[in-house]
Design a protein around this ligand. Structure first.
Ligand code: IVH
Length: 676
């Protein structure tokens, strides 16, 4: 390539990164994934390293972030807020350490101790304290100049307003990350794509009362300007931060040796989904402050620190076919069948394409070369298409206008609230008339959160459907056991068990019953509040009268969408028949009124391991009856971890690290005895 072409290619990439910076920093909305951003940045750095004539003031190696927004007063940071260089693998880490050792002209075999800190994916902020008082808070802005967001930062409970400790410096900028925990993110409205955007957006609200509504957290990790401080290392500094009243990351550690850094990185990557907030890597800082001072800064990042990012979790593959799956609510989900690729140790051959709009937006076609991302528990999905590799003869993908299962017309609903057409196309049949929907509805009926019939999983539903043993939910309670006994893989014992498990579930709570019907927009939470409101199944069946359905308007949390959906459900002839038949077979219990004054009020619990003589479900309901709450992650919000037999040591260890009370089953039972 000629120099001119290289320059052109380079400037194009700079333009792209500028655009993405604007989205990320100023509009709180990324349009590419973090991996794609990091990759673009790496391409620029690589080009600069290869061709020394390439220069731009807007290169990510020169500038940090984006100019502050106009909404806030701009204030210069006394000490700039810099960025960190990235490392992706062992080789990058070896190079980093070599540079440190060379720079300090130490012996090649020297051992460097690092403070290792999970890199929280939030928004950094700098808090100025003068005479122990929090006087000003700034966002990072472009690194030199930040935005004055003092009032908004004051709404964050983790930020101490006043510090009286004797060794707290007279003037200091405490720096750290503002973020939102994943559980809290789920609770706030879906305006933001991810917790980072939500934190950034709410922190930069014009009105601090709006910020205060969002449960932002703050974890401290470094300092900017300081007038005098007698602390010799980063780990000591972190300990002092804690003594001064700041929150610090519970997973911080002091480590030396690249192999040990990698071991810790791997452990944290595995732990990632159990941690209450998003982390995207681990930051390593040379621990000794004296050495840090000597190492100083390169263009826009310190020489004494590096961010070891988590693996990209993406790979390139080709779309072989696009199949349409039909869900319980009739939603048509396009799924790309791709040439199998290994992404982070898992072979992926399917990727969701979400819905029709997504296909149109990305113009996805059969035969396309695509980048697939698989992160944590998220279903693998396509993040981008390489248009250059597209076959000239390829054709746009036409989304089916009739249901591939039953042939009914497919439709897009109009959403009254957003005043927009849904992105999802659905089968217009009313439910059980469509074979694929019916199968999905029965799968839902027997699922863990609904009837929870032991040993009656999705595979059995499909198997029994193919053998015409079931067509509607009530068929489960009138199975032809003789026929089943003759089937391959079944015998007397397994049939007796199946019969026992099914009969056991003939007694069912009202909320589970409502949820199991799979009424659109009535999930577990709504089913629970409706059950609590209606108290018994008779009242529920009376909802077939429109007037009674309208009365649900009085319930907090139930709106027009849910009521319309309930009305539609009761208008359907087959649904009425299903309910009538189920009623004959079942004993639907009255809703239990939860005692909100229970002794476990405001306390959260989690179980690990097998409990003795009591099922998990019953144990959970015991806690709920006493106003306690069950959560599914070991995080700071957990008060008690109840440990049964063969418990996961991983969970116990995290609980120990977080100082969570660990109870054996016996101790927990004793606690319950006190409550009743
Ligand atoms: S130290 C000069 N420590 O990562 C040192 N940064 O890419 C700069 N971050 O702007 C910061 N966790 O938003 C540091 N334990 C940690 C961090 C951390 C997250 C973020 C921070 C910073 C960015 C640098």
């Amino acid at each position: 390539m000629k120099n001119e072409e290289i320059q052109k290619k380079y400037l194009k990439k700079i333009d792209q990164i500028k655009k993405h910076n604007k989205h990320y920093y100023d509009r709180d909305k990324s349009i590419i994934s973090d991996q794609e951003y990091d990759y673009l940045k790496k391409e620029i750095v690589d080009l600069e390293n290869e061709y020394s004539f390439l220069k731009s003031n807007e290169s990510p190696t020169k500038s940090v972030g984006y100019k502050p927004s106009k909404n806030f007063k701009k204030v210069k940071h006394k000490v700039p807020m810099l960025s960190l260089a990235n490392a992706f693998d062992e080789e990058d880490l070896q190079n980093f350490e070599k540079k440190v050792i060379n720079f300090l002209s130490l012996k090649k075999t020297s051992i460097i101790a690092y403070s290792t800190e999970p890199k929280i994916d939030g928004i950094s902020a700098s808090l100025t304290y003068f005479n122990g008082k929090f006087i000003q808070g700034l966002s990072r802005g472009d690194g030199t100049e930040g935005e004055d967001i003092t009032q908004n930062l004051k709404t964050i409970k983790d930020i101490p307003q006043e510090i009286t400790a004797a060794n707290f410096p007279k003037e200091i900028d405490i720096r750290g990350e503002v973020f939102i925990e994943n559980d809290d993110f789920k609770k706030i409205n879906e305006k933001f794509a991810n917790p980072r955007n939500a934190a950034s957006g709410s922190l930069r609200q014009k009105s601090s009362t709006v910020t205060a509504r969002i449960p932002l957290k703050f974890i401290a990790y470094t300092y900017g300007y300081v007038d005098e401080m007698n602390i010799l290392s980063q780990t000591d500094f972190l300990n002092n931060l804690k003594l001064w009243g700041f929150k610090i990351n519970p997973f911080n550690k002091k480590i030396s040796g690249i192999k040990n850094l990698i071991r810790n990185h791997k452990k944290l990557e595995e732990k990632r989904k159990e941690i209450a907030f998003d982390i995207d890597g681990v930051v390593y800082k040379v621990n000794n402050f004296n050495l840090q001072k000597r190492l100083g800064f390169a263009a826009n990042a310190p020489r004494w620190a590096i961010a070891h990012k988590f693996s990209a979790n993406s790979s390139v593959s080709e779309i072989i076919n696009i199949e349409i799956q039909i869900g319980r609510t009739g939603a048509l989900t396009p799924v790309a069948k791709i040439k199998p690729v290994n992404i982070g140790g898992v072979v992926v051959s399917n990727a969701t394409l979400h819905n029709e709009d997504e296909i149109i937006r990305k113009d996805l076609r059969i035969g396309d070369t695509v980048t697939i991302e698989r992160a944590g528990d998220v279903i693998p999905h396509v993040i981008s298409v390489d248009i250059k590799k597209r076959d000239k003869k390829s054709k746009k993908f036409i989304f089916p206008l009739s249901c591939p299962s039953c042939g009914s017309k497919t439709i897009k609903d109009y959403n009254e609230t957003t005043k927009k057409q849904d992105a999802v196309r659905r089968c217009s049949s009313e439910g059980y008339e469509c074979e694929k929907i019916a199968i999905e509805k029965i799968k839902h009926f027997v699922s863990k959160e609904a009837f929870n019939i032991d040993g009656f999983g999705k595979k059995i539903v499909e198997n029994f459907w193919n053998l015409k043993l079931i067509r509607l939910p009530q068929d489960i309670f009138n199975l032809d056991y003789h026929k089943i006994e003759q089937l391959e893989g079944w015998g007397k014992l397994s049939v007796t068990n199946l019969k026992f498990f099914i009969n056991q579930k003939k007694k069912i709570s009202l909320e589970r019953f409502i949820y199991s019907l799979g009424i659109r927009h009535i999930g577990q939470e709504n089913a629970k509040i409706i059950a609590k409101h209606l108290k018994n199944s008779e009242n529920f069946f009376k909802l077939s009268d429109e007037k009674n359905a309208e009365s649900l308007f009085n319930i907090d949390g139930i709106g027009a969408t849910q009521i319309q959906s309930i009305k539609n459900f009761f208008l359907n002839r087959i649904n009425l028949k299903v309910m009538f038949e189920l009623k004959k077979n079942l004993e639907i219990e009255k809703a239990v009124l939860i005692d909100n004054k229970g002794l476990l009020k405001n306390k959260t619990f989690m179980f690990t391991g097998k409990l003795n003589g009591i099922s998990r479900a019953e144990a959970k309901s015991l806690i709920e009856k006493n106003s306690g709450k069950i959560i599914s992650n070991v995080n700071k919000k957990l008060d008690y971890l109840i440990v049964g037999e063969k418990a996961t040591t991983k969970k116990i260890n995290i609980a120990k690290e977080l100082n969570i009370k660990i109870l054996e089953q016996k101790e927990w039972m004793e606690l319950l005895n006190k409550t009743s």
